[in-house]
Ligand binder design. Structure first.
Ligand SMILES: *Cc1c(COP(=O)(O)O)cnc(C)c1O
Length: 225
């Protein structure tokens, strides 16, 4: 068994255990394997192991990784988990199966327009800047209600919320906060938890965990920067 296959097995077992402990159906938590910056061999190992749900944070790099593989693996699903510029909305809608990072009305408009013109409606999550960090993407919690309403008026299929907690604060606080927010708006999906804290995200309601290094190993440092 490949190294990636072993790690995937271990993480899937840990997810199932964490779900069982808190009385959740293990199938209600999906593992988004974050393949950004990973070499093609490791991605292939994950595919060979039968894994089909992946996350990328850049549109261009995602094309390089996945454009061909999408044809070879028709059941592949890709989530965009990084910030999206409106001028990339077209490519993003064409490639991805879920956009997790809707965070402003201008982007919502561009996505709605692209989905309409491509005849391809894909689900979205709203990224919330739960730590209200100035340098971070995501809508501020107090601006969420208005953005959600605007997205719905545009016809976007908003399924849930996503956040990236500040590195210097306990992630669980942010997960719990996001979970309450999602419930209060009747949003079923919650994308919380990464390599270091995905098990803790499960009792707090994660339906997607986004795990990169724990699946693929450390991301190689690029020599070109
Ligand atoms: C890179 C990334 C991850 C995965 O991080 P790991 O620590 O490698 O698991 C998850 N979410 C987002 C938004 C990311 O950019």
């Amino acid at each position: 068994m490949s190294e990636v296959a072993e790690k995937l097995n271990g993480i899937k077992t840990a997810i199932a255990d964490a779900a069982n402990v808190c009385g959740r159906d293990p199938a209600s938590v999906q593992l988004v394997a974050v393949s950004k910056k990973q070499p093609p061999e490791r991605i292939q190992e994950a595919l060979d192991a039968g894994h089909r749900l992946f996350g990328e944070n850049r549109v261009q790099e995602a094309y390089e990784h996945w454009a061909d593989l999408k044809e070879r693996y028709p059941d592949l699903r890709l989530h965009l988990i990084g910030p999206l510029q409106t001028n990339k909305a077209k490519d993003a809608v064409a490639l991805f199966d879920c956009i997790e990072t809707v965070d402003r009305v201008k982007l919502a408009k561009a996505l709605a327009q692209e989905m309409e013109s491509q005849g391809r409606k894909i689900p979205c999550l709203i990224q919330v800047n739960s730590g209200e960090e100035p340098q971070k993407h995501g809508v501020l919690p107090r601006d969420l209600p208005v953005l959600l309403e605007q997205c719905r008026a545009l016809g976007l299929d908003i399924r849930g919320l996503m956040c990236i907690p500040p590195i210097d604060e306990p992630a669980a606080l942010h997960f719990a906060f996001l979970s309450r927010l999602a419930k209060s708006f009747d949003l079923p999906e919650l994308s919380i938890g990464m390599s270091n804290d995905y098990e803790r995200a499960i009792p707090l309601g994660a339906t997607y965990v986004r795990v990169g290094t724990a699946v693929f190993g450390p991301r190689p440092v690029s020599v070109t920067g």
